[in-house]
Design a binder for this molecule. Structure first.
Ligand code: GCO
Ligand code: MN
Ligand code: MN
Length: 365
């Protein structure tokens, strides 16, 4: 059944293979869902109405696969995407699972690990280009420390810069045309990850050889983990022309890395974020980097994926309603008038809450 919250390709909703394919492992317990082969993930995404699928190199091609095996897997995957009308907007690289990366990839003290990380990323770029991806995300999950005895943090930044510069050169040499989106996270899996916030990356990008090729991929949960306001991070990125991608999910501050369904933990901050993306006309992918609860089977995974998109579309409608609400707009306009002592924000926020809670009818607008 389709209604006005039914996802359509122009909404650009995407999911990673690792999101719907998440098997519910956590540090205390094993997998609860069977593996989801990539071609089945594509079918599932098409069924729920998504537009795109993203992947790490090893979500699709296992580490150590022969070239022959790799080509067979890629061909089969491209076939599934074509059959189901699913595109691959973004590709990324797994520089965190293999124990060789336990003390970092581009920032490792071991030159051989740094070289391997670069080589692995270039192969992942080859794969992404073959699949038609235009965005390449770099998330340095292992680039960090438990003890700062290991290296000077400024040395780590220099190594990271060298790495990103080399990848930009590679994209230029191969004419891939990638736009790199750097994704910050404050911690998990490392005690502390370098470049803890989107703002840190926005300071780093102008120091690169090809800053025009590099932007950011802010994630809701990552900013919330740090106790920050994700809207402000996204807005700064947008204003700098650097919002190349966005990872939507949810997270209660002060908890483990939850990766909840978009909008499920803090509906008000999700609302402001959707309203911003829609108001400014962000036209990149809306990527849901989240996963279903560990209690779910694959029907629950479908519910999870549908829920992410549906919540986004409902909030988009609420944002339009907010923009068209005469009383709300009058309050916004009045707050800029000089001479008033009280600014009326209590009333404005309450009206926003009532609109979100559904007691402010559409005729109020
Ligand atoms: C996390 C990150 C990852 C990255 C992904 C893309 O917290 O694990 O959000 O999901 O987004 O690895 O590089
Ligand atoms: Mn994350
Ligand atoms: Mn992410």
């Amino acid at each position: 059944m389709s209604d006005r919250y039914t996802p359509r390709p122009e909404h650009k909703f995407s999911f990673g293979l690792w999101t719907v394919g998440n098997r519910g492992r956590d540090p205390f317990g094993d997998a609860v869902r069977d593996p989801l082969p990539p071609v089945d993930a594509v079918a599932l995404l098409a069924e729920v109405g998504a537009w795109g699928v993203n992947l790490h190199d090893n979500d699709l091609v296992p580490i150590g696969a022969s070239l022959f095996e790799r080509d067979r897997i890629v061909k089969e995957f491209i076939g599934a995407c074509l059959r189901h009308g699913i595109v691959v907007p973004m590709a990324t690289v797994n520089l965190f699972y293999d124990p060789v990366f336990r003390d970092g990839a581009f920032t490792s003290n071991d030159a051989r690990v740094r070289a391997y990380a670069l080589e692995k990323t270039m192969r992942a770029m080859d794969l992404g280009a073959e699949l038609g991806a235009g965005i390449f995300v770099l998330w340095g999950g292992r680039e960090g420390t438990e003890t700062d005895a290991c290296r000077r943090p400024d040395e780590a930044i220099k190594r990271l810069r060298e790495g990103v510069n080399a990848l930009c050169r590679y994209s230029i040499d191969r004419k891939y045309g990638f736009r790199f989106a750097l994704e910050a996270k404050p911690n998990e899996p490392r005690g502390d990850i370098y470049m803890a916030t989107t703002g840190a990356y926005l300071g780093f990008i102008p120091t690169l050889d090809h800053p025009e090729m590099v932007g950011v991929n802010p994630e809701v949960a990552h900013e919330h983990m740090a106790g920050l306001n994700v809207l402000h991070a996204v807005a700064q990125a947008w204003e700098a022309g650097k919002l190349f991608h966005v990872d939507l999910n949810d997270q209660v501050p002060g908890r483990y890395d939850q990766d909840f369904r978009f909008g499920s933990a803090n509906v008000k901050s999700a609302f402001w974020l959707v309203k911003f993306l829609e108001d400014v006309g962000y036209d990149g992918p809306r990527h849901f980097d989240a996963h279903a609860y560990r209690t779910e089977d694959y029907d629950g995974v479908r519910d999870f994926a549908r829920g992410c998109m549906r919540t986004y579309l409902i909030l988009r409608e609420r944002a339009r309603q907010w923009n068209a609400d005469a009383e709300i707009q009058a309050l916004v306009a009045e707050s800029g008038q000089r001479g008033r002592q009280g600014l009326g924000y209590e009333r404005l926020d309450q009206l926003t809450m009532e609109l979100l809670l559904g007691v402010r009818g559409e005729d109020a607008s």
